[in-house]
Design a protein around this ligand. Structure first.
Ligand SMILES: [Zn+2]
Length: 356
């Protein structure tokens, strides 16, 4: 092949490759454009020229901070203080384009971040909640690990939408001695307005739980900012599935459509498989819990992911255990046909009633 033909071929290939799109940067609007590099390679057997575009991985360290409101800026500094306290490294709180509407009782912003284009209709939206119980320390870091991971690897999002609220009950986490209940002494995960709340919540608390202050459901359902926040998020984004991260029961509990081989239950087993056969469970519904309100009553598959414990030195390990399971859950469209290969048998383990 003469030099002229070679030049023509290279030019042609370059033009045809102009249509190759770099990774969709819309997923993380704060991310600086990663400049694709062009690598030209040739295959000696066929004399064809291969042009590859190499995307540099995004790095939160290199991204500029957001222009946050004064309130969010102060809040992020507070988060940073607690990251330092637990020796977690950088939170990157100032780098995210947070959504913020509602504050907690003590005035802390209850924030969330959206990955994907939320102006589009999405069939497959995943809601991830952390820090519902403030004394469960490790889940808060877990959500910040998810935020970092999804920002630096936007290809995980694909065409889907992911909503992450890393600290639902900030008042009970941002204190010297974190508590399960919020600043008004209420267990947010017993305050959802489930159908059985009026009949059962107070009597269960008094009789079965012997007025345990850590489980007080409130005088009325839906009375807490943190409960209203979660319900509004669910109504706003209509998620296909919800993952709420807690500790320390070392299991994934499922609430949702229960028919034998339902897509929601299949995903439960798939997540468990991807997290080293993590224990799965099927607890009964709790009066006033998210699992009851969203999973049982609204048929939104709801996964309560219980990390092994609240040991804040182990957060890296916990995220590594579940990273693949989280990626799989984000990509998995529960409304699509279930892949036969993914079908797994139902598993059930009976243990004593936990404090979710
Ligand atoms: Zn909990």
């Amino acid at each position: 092949m003469n030099v002229h033909v070679w030049t023509k071929l290279i030019l042609l290939t370059l033009f045809s490759c102009a249509e190759i799109k770099p990774l969709d940067q819309k997923q993380s609007p704060q991310a600086p454009k990663a400049e694709p590099k062009t690598v030209i390679d040739s295959d000696p057997d066929t004399e064809t020229v291969i042009v590859k575009k190499v995307i540099e991985p995004l790095s939160l360290e290199k991204m500029p901070p957001q222009k946050l409101s004064q309130k969010l800026d102060q809040y992020c500094h507070k988060i940073d203080d607690y990251f330092a306290r637990y020796k977690w490294g950088q939170s990157f709180c100032h780098k995210y384009d947070w959504h913020h509407v509602r504050n907690s009782f003590l005035g802390n912003p209850i924030i969330w971040k959206v990955f994907g284009d939320e102006t589009r209709e999405h069939a497959n939206t995943t809601l991830i909640l952390c820090g519902v119980h403030g004394d469960e320390i490790t889940p808060v870091k877990f959500c910040f690990d998810v935020l970092k991971d999804l920002t630096e690897n936007p290809e995980v999002i694909g065409d889907n939408l992911v909503i992450v609220a890393p600290l639902v009950t900030p008042d009970s986490f941002l204190k010297k001695y974190p508590t399960r209940t919020n600043a008004r002494g209420i267990d947010v995960n017993r305050n959802f307005p489930t159908k059985d709340w009026e009949d059962k919540a107070i009597s269960l608390w008094k009789n079965r739980y012997r007025s345990d202050k850590r489980r007080f459901p409130g005088k009325k359902p839906h009375s807490e900012h943190e409960t209203v926040f979660q319900i509004n998020l669910i109504k706003l984004y209509n998620p296909q599935k919800i993952i709420s991260v807690h500790a320390p029961l070392t299991l994934i509990d499922y609430d949702g459509p229960a028919e034998g081989e339902s897509a929601g239950k299949q995903l439960l087993i798939q997540m468990s498989d991807r997290a080293g056969k993590y224990k799965v469970n099927d607890y009964p519904f709790f009066t006033g819990s998210l699992g009851n309100w969203a999973g049982n009553e609204r048929k939104i598959p709801t996964y309560t992911l219980e990390l092994p414990n609240s040991d804040w030195t182990k957060t890296k390990k916990f995220f590594n255990i579940f990273r693949n399971a989280i990626h799989h859950a984000i990509a998995h469209d529960l409304h699509a046909d279930v892949d036969d290969e993914e079908k797994v048998s139902k598993k059930k383990n009976k243990v004593d009633e936990p404090v979710l």
